[in-house]
Design a protein around this ligand. Structure first.
Ligand code: MG
Length: 396
């Protein structure tokens, strides 16, 4: 190996999920470049214990005390008593993410639990690789202001934002006319409004191009995933809502594009494998080899693009509305969406009920004059209010 950069020491929040496992595959492929210092997981103690045995982190955290108890037993069985337990819940994530021996925190946990940990890590000067959307959707203003204050890079792992980061590399903000996010369109791209009314959670969990967890897979089916990504792109790249566009691209080969002021369009293409954007975030500003297959365009034959249908998939329009309103409306939208997706997965809400519930919650927030998002407490309050409100509006 001919590199001289020091080993990057990472903490992975959400190590047992889909992104976390891909990240550990990247670590596996580059043992001289990345070392795992901390691992945090939700409830999957058995898989976390396997990861501890394989990657020998110094500290671990889990979501709950019972999960930690299972982990302790599993670790004792395998004689891995040297790993430190950083804690559980939000405090465990903060303890892990702010350790002095951590250089970079990969935030790959789902949901909103990691928000405090990401802010604490930024304040402790850690570089952030961000795979979680909720952190920026809820508190993009706070997170980006903290990152600027502490001169900490936020490297996007979400494939679209990672693509835009690559397309923007070395360009000035005034060169950029428009960001264009690609969307696979999800499993229901071609369905009529009528057909959409009867789709089940099982139908939605069959994603055509990406293998992901259930929440993001449903978000991908409703296009809320793309809506959250529009908000995310606004905060990451400082581009206003009216200069962010979405184009449906079913093959998911063009990961996103940037249009420059002279009309040139720069795109990033690649195989659909999350190891690629994760490795980019780990290696940036370097590039490392990867054991992924080359993109075979001739084999693909064609790349298709179409406008998203905002009538059949209202979540995209709701996200643009939330972003334009600013304040806590994006956090309110996100919280209502989590309640709606949970209810849909449990068979308590129809597919079309998802955007309805989100819209009603957003209307109720704006109807009472909106809510601020200028402090973490205000964001958490708006999030809690929206969850409670949305739950009272669930059928049955
Ligand atoms: Mg994405």
């Amino acid at each position: 190996m001919e590199h001289s950069a020091p080993v990057k020491r990472v903490a992975i929040l959400g190590s047992t999920g889909s992104i976390g496992r891909s990240a550990l595959a990247v670590v596996d492929a580059h043992p001289g470049r990345i070392a795992v210092v901390g691992l945090a997981a939700g409830e999957n103690a058995v898989r976390l214990a396997e990861q501890v045995r394989r990657f020998r982190p110094r500290a671990v955290a889990m979501a709950t005390e019972p999960a930690l108890a299972v982990l302790r037993t599993a670790l004792a069985d395998q004689g891995a008593a040297t790993v430190q337990i950083a804690g559980h819940g939000g405090a465990g994530l903060v303890a892990l993410a702010t350790r002095p021996d951590v250089d970079m925190v990969l935030c790959a946990s789902s949901g909103t639990a990691a928000l405090e940990a990401v802010l604490a890590a930024i304040e402790a000067g850690k570089a952030i690789a961000l795979a979680n959307k909720e952190v920026l959707v809820m508190a993009g203003h706070l997170v980006m202001a903290a990152a600027r204050r502490h001169r900490v890079p936020i490297l996007p792992v979400d494939s679209e934002h990672n693509a835009i980061h690559q397309c923007l590399h070395g360009r000035r903000a005034d060169e950029v006319r428009r960001l264009i996010l690609t969307a696979s369109g999800g499993p229901f791209r071609g369905l009529s409004t009528e057909a959409l009314s009867t789709v089940s959670a099982d139908d939605a969990l069959q994603h055509p191009t990406w293998k992901m967890g259930p929440k993001i897979t449903i978000d991908s089916a409703t296009l809320m995933n793309k809506g959250l990504e529009v908000v995310e792109a606004h905060w990451l790249f400082g581009v206003p809502a009216d200069r962010i566009d979405v184009v449906v691209h079913p093959q998911s080969v063009v990961h996103s594009l940037v249009e420059l002021r002279d009309g040139s369009v720069i795109a990033q293409l690649g195989v659909t494998d999350m190891r690629l954007p994760i490795q980019y975030a780990f290696s940036y500003p370097e590039r490392w080899d990867a054991a992924l297959p080359s993109l075979d365009l001739a084999h693909l034959g064609r790349l298709d693009f179409e406008h998203p249908d905002r009538d059949r998939f209202p979540c995209l329009g709701l996200a643009f509305r939330a972003l334009r309103a600013e304040g806590a409306l994006p956090a309110v939208m996100n919280a209502a969406n989590e309640v709606a997706v949970e209810a849909f997965l449990a068979g308590r809400l129809a597919f079309a009920g998802i955007p309805d519930l989100i819209e009603r919650t957003m209307d109720a927030c704006e109807g009472t004059g909106g809510r601020p998002a200028d402090t973490l407490a205000a964001v958490r309050e708006a999030d809690a209010w929206a969850r409670a409100y949305a739950r009272t509006r669930l059928p049955g």
